[in-house]
Structures are given as C-alpha cells and as structure tokens.
Design a protein around this ligand. Structure first.
Ligand SMILES: NC(=O)c1ccc[n+]([C@@H]2O[C@H](COP(=O)([O-])OP(=O)(O)OC[C@H]3O[C@@H](n4cnc5c(N)ncnc54)[C@H](O)[C@@H]3O)[C@@H](O)[C@H]2O)c1
Length: 347
C-alpha cells in the first residue's frame, strides 16, 4: 500500500464533491482521490477536472480491477450495492459506502461478514456524527458528572420538497433511508446502548406523488430501560429545527442547529443547576459539512493504518441499520413493536 490510501470514487454526483473536498481539507496526509467512475461521461469529466483526479473509468468493475486503488468509496444511489461491494471485497479492497449501506437488514449482515472474511475495512458514511455540536455532546455526556442517560430525543423539522425526475423521487424508502438514518445513527451513538425494538409510523404528504415517506416518527427501546424518541419531517413549512437532547440522572444536554448541514450550531448543558453553552460558528474556510466528510475519511484511514475497527464500521452500523429496518417493518404493521434482531434477519 502506498503511504497515503489511494481512493477510487464510484459515482461522481453531489456527495462525491463533498467527499473529495473533505479528504483534501481534513485527511490529505492520509488519503488522496486517484480514480473515479461514473456512467455519465460529462459528470465524470467535469468532476475529475475539478478535483485533479487522474484515472477515469466508465464502470465500477474497471475501477475495482484496475489495481490503482486501495479503497473504494461507493457514492451511488442505494440500489447500487452488490455489484460493487462483492467484487471490491473479493479483491481485498477497503470500502467506504454511503448510507444506507444495504437495501435490507440481512444484506447488511452479509456485507459485514464478507468484509471481515476478506480482512478489509468496511466503513459507512455516517458523517453527521462529526458535526462539531455532536462531537461536543458525545464528549460532554461521557464526563464523570454527566450521569446515566434516561431519555434521548431527536427532532428534525425541515421544508424539503423533493423535485420530480431525480432518483430520490422514485424511492419507496425516502425520509428515513435518505435523511433520518443519520439521526438514527446519532441517537444510538449518544445512547451508548444496544437498541432492542422499535415502534414507528411514517406518512407521506397529503396528495403527494412521491412513493416514499416524508415524515417518520419512532420510539426506540434500548437495553437497560433507556428510551429514545425520534421525529423527522420534510413537511415543516416553517420554524426549522435540528435538535438532539439527552437527559441523564444528573443533567440535560442539547446539540442544536437550524439547518441540517449549514449555519451556526450550539451545544447546551445544565448539570446540577449550572448552565453551559458552546457556540460553533460555521464561518471558517472549511464548512462543518465538508469537515464532517473529511473526518469520516480520517477515521477510516487511521483505522486501516492502525489495524483496528473504525468508529463507523459496517459492524457498528448494524445497530443503525437494525433500527431503520425495524422502523420500516413496524410502520408497515401499523406501529407494532419490531425487534432489531428480526429486522436484521429480514430481506
Ligand atoms: N452522507 C451524506 O450526508 C449524504 C448526502 C447526500 C447523499 N448521500 C448518499 O450518497 C449517495 C449518492 O447521492 P448523491 O446526492 O450524490 O446522488 P447524485 O444523483 O448526485 O449522484 C449519484 C451518482 O452516481 C452515479 N451512478 C449511478 N449508478 C452508478 C454505477 N453503477 N456506477 C458508477 N456511478 C453510478 C450517477 O450517474 C450519479 O452521478 C446516496 O446513497 C445518498 O443517500 C449521503
């Protein structure tokens, strides 16, 4: 392996630009983008010219077989998984795959087993953990005075109108698979307990042509009697909120911002009656969003270098996938509780 991980991107759409910028800004000493592929020739050429990517391929198969990359970044819509992941594992390549990393619970379990058999690192693009207010919240709730969690609540209210004609507009799994899987990942990361079961309801906008849900709400039962509650809607026509709250035996802690990926964020705590507040302005040369993608790459590259599991490994992500898959099953059953174990055996 070269000193820096040689990264090949599969898919050069919107999120690929964020990954390339993030690697450059935050992980440039550990990784570099050396190859990319996309069936859309114009998009591929424009992307590679803009980011100085030397090797260009029409298909993922050519990129995987090229011998020019150590790690594949799978940045396509969720339907493209088996045909890239299986050959990448078979060639002994590490993989970072965008969320959701599988189209069912059982497939997610299979990918994790295959990556482990191949001895490669499989990481999932849950970059939302690396927004600064959540790094703060995670560290703050780990301090000795923070007590034990008793309740977590994630709330996301945004006015997100899905344009017709793009792949998202055809997805039958929309709000959770595309957006609130990030919030699910944060919820259970901050919970620090294994999820056990989920009760969920999903809704589409009245009169919507979209097949997928645009509002999701769920209650997650974690081990040790801990309860988490998550509501995420794309149908809030005003008063945007992105907030995650943790109540513990000694205090209360909140990470908040208005917009999902931009603007100032804040961390607040009240422990034993003492208030704390930390502001995170987003006015530096590297935005919070770009830094979050880069931090995810930094963690992957360090895990590979140190021969350890990454914080956002596929195995770790089974808890996130398990909650989401259980939520979809529960919603299909009118909100009846579904265990994470059943959801990870499904499909
Ligand atoms: N982590 C995040 O914050 C975040 C944000 C946005 C999107 N995403 C995820 O990233 C993925 C892509 O989203 P996007 O917004 O970039 O979509 P996009 O439509 O902008 O780009 C997807 C690209 O993949 C290409 N593609 C499709 N099939 C391919 C194949 N077989 N081989 C190579 N390229 C192929 C398309 O031509 C397109 O250029 C989705 O899974 C989405 O959920 C994650």
């Amino acid at each position: 392996m070269a000193d820096r991980l040689r990264v090949g991107l599969v898919g050069t759409g919107w999120v690929a630009h964020q990954h390339a910028a993030g690697i450059r800004a935050v992980a440039g000493d550990l990784a570099e983008v050396v190859a990319a592929c996309d069936p859309r020739e114009d998009a591929l050429a424009e992307f590679c010219d803009r980011h100085g990517v030397p090797a260009r391929f029409a298909t993922a198969g050519e990129l995987v077989r090229s011998g020019e990359v150590d790690v594949v970044a799978l940045l396509t819509p969720p339907a493209v998984r088996d045909e890239v992941l299986d050959p990448a594992f078979e060639r002994g390549l590490h993989v970072l795959v965008e969320k959701p990393f599988a189209t069912s619970g059982a497939r997610a379990v299979r990918y994790v087993a295959k990556a482990e058999q191949a001895g490669v690192t499989l990481a999932v693009g849950q970059n939302f953990r690396w927004f600064p207010e959540h790094v703060w919240l995670h560290e703050r709730t780990a301090r000795p005075d923070a007590g034990e969690p008793t309740y977590l609540e994630a709330r996301s209210f945004q006015d997100r109108r899905q344009e017709p004609g793009v792949w998202r507009a055809r997805e039958s799994r929309l709000e959770m698979a595309i957006y609130s899987i990030h919030l699910i990942d944060r919820l259970r990361w901050h919970a620090r307990r294994a999820p056990v079961s989920v009760s969920a309801l999903t809704r589409r906008a009245p009169g919507s042509d979209l097949p997928g849900e645009q509002l999701s709400t769920m209650v997650v039962a974690f081990e040790g009697d801990l309860v988490g509650h998550l509501t995420s809607t794309w149908l809030a026509r005003g008063l945007p909120v992105q907030e995650l709250r943790v109540d513990t035996t000694t205090g209360s802690f909140v990470a908040a911002r208005e917009q999902p990926m931009a603007g100032e964020a804040v961390g607040r705590a009240e422990v034993a009656g003492a208030a704390e507040e930390v502001a995170f302005p987003d006015d530096g040369p590297v935005t919070h969003a770009v830094a979050s993608y880069g931090s995810s790459w930094r963690e992957l590259a360090l895990a590979v270098r140190e021969g350890r599991e990454s914080a956002h490994s596929g195995r770790d992500n089974l808890a996130t996938m398990g909650i989401m898959e259980a939520a979809y099953l529960s919603a299909a059953r009118g909100g009846a509780a579904v265990t994470v174990a059943e959801a990870l055996a499904h499909g």
